[in-house]
Design a protein around this ligand. Structure first.
Ligand SMILES: [Ca+2]
Ligand SMILES: [Ca+2]
Length: 277
């Protein structure tokens, strides 16, 4: 009976849960950074979003991404290797090319040689686990490469048509991805189910306080000892573990048990990237 009473006001709460999950890269700093954000799509494809943050405007650029031995580039189930979206509207274009067995090469240009703000999701491509997949060594990072006929760069042009390469300084302030951890949203004890046990674990730890996922990314096991990562208890993926996340977990469990639809991200497989920042 108590449960029934409790569930009624939760419908309004669960409506916010469909929002795009925010990145777990620290937002505190204004340093320029380029990083990869991994997502499981509903059909099981793993999408790698190439993200730019606080990078000054530039007019052309190219850089390499090291997928580590754990990943290879692949086509998604619709046969697409990459998708370019966000920068297209601002007069820019980005493309992804295979670079060796465990690498990708990104090429970006403005269509009229003008400096453009490319921040946000630059481009996305698809990855698959390699036969050497190692969950403890699977970071995907931008690397600086140069060769006899090329050098990786992000070129900002000055009014006198001189160029500055922004890439070295950007990589200096970009955090390194140490690992990417698969988890089920809301599965706090990592038993594969999102149920009342997970709900009670969240409620018992959040009676008096909330936890920022970023703050406990290395120490979460002292609070949620069996969780696969700090983000697992964060049911609405707002970067905070709070009492409401327990509510959403219980709502999900109740919906599954009663055959109701649940449109939140709870129960979905996601990937938490651990950075060294
Ligand atoms: Ca569980
Ligand atoms: Ca939350």
């Amino acid at each position: 009976m108590k449960t029934k009473k409790l569930l009624a006001p939760l419908i309004a709460v669960s409506m916010v849960a469909g929002a795009m999950p925010i990145s777990n890269v620290s937002a505190a700093s204004n340093d320029p950074k380029i990083y990869v954000d991994l997502h499981y799509e509903d059909d099981g494809d793993i999408r790698a979003d190439v993200m730019l943050e606080n990078v000054p405007t530039f007019f052309t650029g190219s850089f390499h991404i090291d997928l580590s031995d754990s990943w290879t580039t692949t086509n998604n189930s619709q046969g697409r290797f990459f998708t370019t979206t966000d920068c297209t509207g601002s007069g820019g274009h980005a493309s992804v090319h295979e670079a060796g067995e465990h690498g990708a090469f990104i090429f970006i240009t403005s269509t009229d040689m003008e400096n453009i703000d490319f921040n946000g999701r630059l481009v996305s491509f698809y990855v698959a686990k390699s036969e050497n997949y190692d969950p403890n060594n699977n970071g995907i990072n931008v690397v600086y490469k140069s060769g006899e006929n090329f050098v990786d760069n992000l070129y900002h042009s000055a009014p006198d048509h001189s160029y500055t390469n922004l890439l070295p300084q950007t990589l200096e302030t970009t955090p390194t991805m140490l690992g990417a951890y698969e988890y089920k949203v809301g599965d706090v004890n990592s038993d594969g189910y999102v149920d009342a046990v997970d709900c009670s674990m969240v409620w018992s730890e959040t009676k008096d306080r909330s936890y920022c996922v970023d703050d406990i990314k290395n120490t979460y096991q002292s609070i949620f000892p069996k969780a696969k990562c700090a983000a697992a208890p964060d049911a609405n993926q707002d970067n905070w573990i709070s009492y409401e996340d327990g509510d959403l977990i219980l709502q999900y469990y109740a919906d599954m048990a009663t055959g109701n639809e649940n449109n939140t991200n709870v129960g979905k497989i996601d990937i938490f990237e651990l950075f060294d920042d």
